[in-house]
Design a protein around this ligand. Sequence first.
Ligand code: KG4
Ligand code: ZN
Length: 341
Amino acid sequence: MKILGIETSCDETGIAIYDDKHGLIANQLYSQIKLHADYGGVVPELASRDHIRKTVPLIQAALKEANLRASDIDGVAYTAGPGLIGALMVGASIGRSLAYAWGVPAIAVHHMEGHLLAPMLEDNPPEFPFVALLVSGGHTQLIKVTGVGQYQLLGESIDDAAGEAFDKTAKLLGLDYPGGAKLSKLAELGDATRFRFSRPMTDRPGLDFSFSGLKTAAANTIHQQSCGQDLDDQTRADIAKAFEDALVDTLLIKSRRALDQTGFNRLVIAGGVSANKTLRRQLAELMAQRKGQVYYPRLEFCTDNGAMIAYAGMIHLKASQFVDLAIEVKPRWPLSELNSK
Ligand code: KG4
Ligand code: ZN
């Protein structure tokens, strides 16, 4: 069974083909980062227009890569939300139309479920149950996962998502959008002892996060240190280091709490921020101490991609979960809504 996956929820056009016998057999990605760079963030209208230009050629490229014809595809999965409405509409319209034309089922995939299942594409996939830490540009969530479609939200950010906090702080430090990975690289040169930011909401019980204060702490430090002049490179690196340490530490403290609360010893991290090296290293150490296991996708599948959508589509198709002819997208879509299926 071969599933075509289409991801267009934000600024990446991701197209992939997943085969239940041979695994991932095609993976194509086009990133719009350069298109949005001048604006310091994603411009929704430009994103939609670029997805229109790229989606069909990338589908053709994926079929060629896998040496398949359209008639070999058994289902078309597309991201139906959450995300930018125009961008979602492009993938959904093309995906639904192709499925209709090819006479195969169409599967509407939840973007965060795609991220959550991305570690299943690796050689040593996690077994259920596990705690998932989903950290992306739009979400920071801890989820108790007892099976496919069995998702209980344990905690989430009450303001900025982890990736959003990375990007905003990176911008304050003069780094281009999306600045998460660039800030992390800068932090490698930083002195961890020079500045210290508090770990938000760790002094009280609960599993929610708040990261907007961390960005403000970084902004205040930049202001104090700059005195109206440009910051020197070492100070920028030291602030980046203090920010990254505080954010990663907070994710670590809350993940530990979620593991204690559920009694699980498997932790999955996914979403763009799971590409962060410090986070990966520290969570690996945490799980080694607990004699548990941490799972994350390979770096290219931490950020948005079509492979995770094709994989999630395959799982849903096997469970006979597909959509009718209506093209529906949901810019906001709580993951827990999937449980009722
Ligand atoms: O999952 P994703 O590709 O898109 C969304 O669904 O939001 O996540 C993108 C986010 C951006 O905020 C980006 O700065 C962040 O992931 N990111 C990182 C790193 N790589 C990507 N943040 C910190 N460290 C990284 N290495
Ligand atoms: Zn994403």
